[in-house]
Write a protein that binds this ligand. Structure first.
Ligand SMILES: C[S@@+](CC[C@H](N)C(=O)[O-])C[C@H]1O[C@@H](n2cnc3c(N)ncnc32)[C@H](O)[C@@H]1O
Length: 490
């Protein structure tokens, strides 16, 4: 297997130093780790580590030149923030936030702060720019390798089979970023005509800039007869699939079997933070200090979000709560899960949620990333991404509470998910016919997606070795019970 993945000529790629190559070849664990995505090997945890990003789609007939970039994913939390002390004029968003706090006559919740920072319609982090990749702020799995979207395509196709191959399916992606996942899914599945012809792609995206990028990356064509044919206004020329955009899931028309993908969407939903002090659990709030900088304060009395804290307590064991002094709750995630569960319950189908998180109560995970570096959460809001660990246990409870017609499966690790869906076979097929540079990129991307340790083909200082996303990202499925247990959650 190792030899198949690693022809000798590729091992001695020019980017690898001799010492590095020697040490890698001498280490048998690398072979076993690369050949199995289910490795439990754990190496030094380095959340800042860069990854190699595959920029060009590889198939059996096209071999465009590839390029590599350095970037980080957002799952490595608990990093010491880097704080900027440089004085700066207040941005439009900072003025807006200060205005809310002033006119409200008191601090706002972390959730309100997070929501404004990420999705304020004028100046939110996601609204006016492409935040992904080397020029952006962080990297996500679809941007690491085309194989990620292809594997999600396999999952979608398997579910479609289990659904009895319906002639019309709403394939919904929540928060599609650049649209890379769906583009790779459509390309990968384009030969399966019956499946492809059943799809209507619906993208739920709040950012006009990213909507344009999605339109571009899906190679969309706007039909001339848009007025008469509202349903099929825009078509992706990647597979001839109709594509529509919506601001919320509720706006996607219901009534057809539905498959929903949420990759790194839940982590962007606003969370409330609570802290245990002598007088009990208090909500952490954002205020403006006398020096005009943002600061955290604790609420002096119960806040509306306390209801969600109590709800979360009900779903947890006493021992789980007793050991925590901080807790995050995400009402938006609970509500969205209920909407998903109800939709799947009435229309049939299922949802796949992939994100970094825990299968239990999340304590203190909110983080800010700007230009691939962890920064202070309150520093220059709107210029850095904010995200938090996803509480998968809470998603399970919310779905089960919303409908008795759905079943919840997982979470399993990303490595288990895409390993079982066949990424090993895919990488081997792609490696059979590609340039050295593409092979290097494919192997790094593969490792990044399934591994939980350092990538074996990265040359660089120890502290910038990329780490895998394979075990830190989790996958959970919510499906209509009629569909049975989805692949590979059996
Ligand atoms: C972390 S990015 C993930 C992008 C993509 N799924 C990926 O993995 O590359 C979050 C995405 O969700 C979108 N988004 C965030 N909050 C949203 C909201 N409340 N409504 C709609 N879209 C939102 C962002 O604009 C962005 O496209």
């Amino acid at each position: 297997m190792l030899r198949k993945l690693l022809p000798q000529s590729l091992v001695f790629h020019r980017r690898l130093s001799n010492a590095y190559v020697t040490s890698q070849l001498a280490a048998p664990s690398v072979a076993s780790r690369l050949s199995s995505p289910f490795s439990t090997h754990s190496s030094s945890h380095n959340p800042d580590g860069p990854s190699i990003k595959q920029l060009d789609h590889v198939d059996d007939s096209q071999f465009p030149p590839t390029a590599t970039t350095i970037s980080i994913d957002r799952s490595g939390l608990y990093n010491p923030p880097e704080h900027s002390h440089e004085p700066a004029l207040d941005s439009e968003l900072v003025k807006h936030l200060k205005g809310i706090i002033k006119f409200r006559g008191g601090p706002i919740s972390v959730a309100e702060y997070m929501e404004e920072v990420l999705t304020n319609p004028r100046a939110g982090f996601y609204i006016n720019r492409d935040v992904f990749g080397a020029e952006g702020d962080f990297i996500t799995s679809p941007e690491v390798s085309q194989m990620f979207g292809e594997m999600i395509g396999v999952w979608v196709m398997c579910l479609w089979e289990q659904m009895g191959q319906p002639q019309r399916v709403n394939l919904i992606e929540l928060g599609p970023g650049r649209g890379t996942l769906v583009a790779d899914l459509l390309r990968g599945a384009s030969k399966f005509k019956k499946f492809i012809e059943s799809l209507h792609v619906h993208l739920v995206e709040c950012s006009p800039t990213l909507q344009k990028l999605q339109h571009q990356n899906l190679k969309c064509i706007d039909q001339d007869n848009a007025a008469e044919s509202a349903e099929r206004r825009t078509v992706s020329s990647l597979a001839g699939t109709p594509v529509s955009w919506h601001a919320t899931l509720e706006q996607v028309p219901s009534g057809s079997p539905t498959i929903i993908i949420a990759h790194e969407f839940f982590d962007a939903l606003p969370i409330h933070q609570f802290q245990k002090v002598s007088r009990g659990w208090c909500e952490k709030m954002v205020d403006v200090a006398e020096d005009s900088l943002f600061r955290f304060v604790l609420s002096s009395q119960p806040t509306p979000a306390t209801l969600y804290l109590l709800k979360r307590f009900k779903w947890a064991a006493n021992e789980e709560i007793a050991k925590l002094s901080q807790i995050e709750v995400c009402p938006k995630a609970m509500e969205l899960t209920q909407t998903i569960a109800k939709r799947i319950s009435s229309d049939g189908g299922g949802a796949l949620i992939i994100d970094y998180g825990l299968n239990g109560v999340v304590s203190d995970s909110l983080q800010a990333i700007r230009k691939h570096k962890f920064v202070d959460i309150l520093d220059n809001p709107g210029s850095a991404d904010l995200s938090a660990y996803v509480d998968f246990a809470s998603i399970r409870h919310s779905a089960e509470e919303a409908s008795g017609d759905v079943s919840v499966h997982g979470p399993i690790t990303q490595s288990q998910l895409i390993g079982s869906l066949g990424i090993n076979f895919r990488v081997e097929t792609l490696l059979q016919n590609c340039s050295d540079e593409q092979a290097d990129s494919l192997k790094s991307g593969y490792w990044r997606l399934v591994g939980d340790g350092e990538a074996p083909f990265w040359e660089g200082p120890d502290d910038s070795v990329p780490i895998g996303m394979g075990t830190r990202y989790l996958a959970m499925a919510i499906v209509n019970k009629k569909q049975g247990v989805p692949v590979p959650f059996q």
